[in-house]
Structures are given as C-alpha cells and as structure tokens.
Design a protein around this ligand. Structure first.
Ligand SMILES: [Zn+2]
Length: 142
C-alpha cells in the first residue's frame, strides 16, 4: 500500500512539471485524497493488529492451567503477531543471553503445543480454497 502511495506521489511530480497551475492543484488534491484513504486503511489494519496483540495476552491470562487457546490466522502479519505473543509467553525471560541465570524473574505462562503452525491438508484445500493461507497455532497454559 505504501508503495502505491509512493508511486502516486512520483507520478504527481512528473505531471506537475508539465501542466497549468489549476490542473496541478486538482491532481495534487486527488492524490492526497487517495493517500488519505490508503492511510485510513492502513490505520484500520494496524488497529486490528493492536487489538489482536492486547486480547491475546489477556486471553492467555484468563486461561486455567491446562487450558488451550487456538488461533487461526489468514495473513502473515497476523500470524507473526500470534507466533511472537505465544513465544514471549512461553519464554518471557528478558535477561541477556550471556547471563548464567535468569534475574528478570519473568516466568513462563505456558507452552506451544505445536512448534510449527498447522496448515490445511490437501483434502481441506480442494474442498475449501480459501483455507490456503490459514495457519493454526495452539498455546497451553501451565
Ligand atoms: Zn530472565
């Protein structure tokens, strides 16, 4: 999305040298509207990612020992967040790696049930094409 915005701005530069001031202004207005919409879309997407981040941590806190949380994502950005949050909750230690013992006192809240995400098999893919990008990750509270 960013790249599109850049391309639009670049196009504007090229065009602006070659036409009257009125037309230039119109082009600039149109492009800034496009950029605004792009930014709005990106904000919305990032807000959703923020919500995902916060709610995942909360959900992990709410689980009883042995309770599991399963998340299916359809986008790599979402999946990365889920992966990072699960990993951080499995190993929350923030001590430098050269410390002989943990001094930060952060205790693991659970473990990853599957190290690699579960992805749809061939049968699922033929029945449900939209499952193609899906990834399932599972975290268990201790
Ligand atoms: Zn530590």
């Amino acid at each position: 999305m960013f790249r599109q915005g850049m391309a639009a701005a670049w196009r504007a530069e090229i065009v602006s040298g070659a036409c009257s001031r009125g037309i230039r202004r119109k082009i600039r207005e149109k492009i800034s509207m496009e950029n605004l919409l792009e930014i709005k879309h990106m904000r919305k997407a990032f807000d959703e990612l923020e919500v995902l981040k916060d709610s995942l941590d909360d959900m992990i806190d709410l689980l009883k020992p042995g309770g599991r949380i399963c998340v299916i994502t359809f986008h790599s950005l979402e999946d990365r967040i889920v992966k990072t949050i699960f990993k951080t909750n499995e190993n929350p230690c923030t001590c430098p790696s050269n410390f002989p013992v943990c001094v930060c006192g952060n205790k693991p809240k659970g473990r990853l049930v599957v190290k690699k995400p579960i992805v749809p098999g061939e049968e699922e893919l033929t029945k449900n094409k939209r499952s193609k990008s899906s990834k399932l990750r599972v975290f268990e509270r201790i």
